[in-house]
Design a protein around this ligand. Structure first.
Ligand code: HEM
Length: 210
């Protein structure tokens, strides 16, 4: 089975190919950019949720698949960052193609809330590599990843949740997002200790000494 950086590479390549196909096959470019934005929001969620819930899943249901998931959560997390990078590229494409449509679909909350989410994604991706992780130290690493992962979770909850009035189909992602939070919270309680709350530094320990 694919794992490690090969998993990140494969998932990233699939997302890029799907977004390019959505853009190319749409009847016109603005619709193509919008389709790529919506598609990558969904691929991002599909990559984020397993990484988000991995630790809780292995504690609640210890098995080979859940252990595989926990071993690979860093690589899924970086694949999520690639997918959301494509989300951003499609947003920029939309703004260039039709700025009026871009303005109609966004507002100041999108820029500030989404901008902060991208700040977290960038910082968390950089510190998924050993050297930058070592540079900031274990405490800062944990604070960044604990805060960032819940902030990204909230961004998904709000962005999918606000679309439920448009279509009841959005209840599916909202239910998955809620379930993942429930798993993570109950998984944490069951373990009886807070340990790293489902995040762990890169394989190489950041602070070798206690
Ligand atoms: C500055 C940052 C961002 C901007 C400007 C932005 C812009 C957009 C736009 C314009 C759409 C609507 C596309 C359409 O209806 O045609 C959209 C959809 C969406 N975005 Fe983003 N976004 C940003 C960041 C984020 C972040 C950080 C998340 C979540 C972590 C997110 C999740 C979503 C979701 C869930 C959708 C709906 C997808 C669907 O309809 O299935 N976005 N975004």
């Amino acid at each position: 089975m694919f794992s490690g950086w090969r998993l990140t590479g494969l998932a990233g390549a699939v997302v890029v190919a799907l977004a390019a196909a959505a853009f190319a096959l749409a009847p016109e470019p603005v619709e193509g950019a919008r389709m790529a934005i919506r598609l990558t929001a969904r691929t991002s969620l599909a990559l984020f949720l397993p990484a988000f819930a991995a630790s809780a899943l292995v504690r609640l249901f210890p098995s080979a698949p859940t252990r595989w998931l926990r071993r690979n959560r860093r690589y899924l997390g970086v694949a999520f960052a690639v997918s959301h990078g494509v989300h951003l590229a499609a947003i920029i494409t939309l703004a260039q193609l039709d700025f009026a449509v871009f303005l109609r679909l966004t507002n100041v909350v999108t820029y500030l809330g989404g901008g902060l989410a991208y700040g977290f994604i960038l910082a968390m991706t950089l510190t998924s590599f050993d050297r930058p992780a070592r540079l900031i130290g274990l405490r800062a690493w944990r604070l960044l990843h604990r805060t960032g992962i819940w902030y990204i979770w909230l961004s998904f909850a709000l962005n999918f949740g606000k679309r439920v009035p448009i279509s009841a189909a959005y209840l599916l992602p909202v239910a998955l997002i809620a379930l993942a939070a429930l798993l993570r919270l109950t998984g944490g309680f069951r373990s009886g200790k807070r340990d790293d709350e489902g995040v762990s530094p890169p394989a190489d320990p950041v602070e070798p000494r206690a």
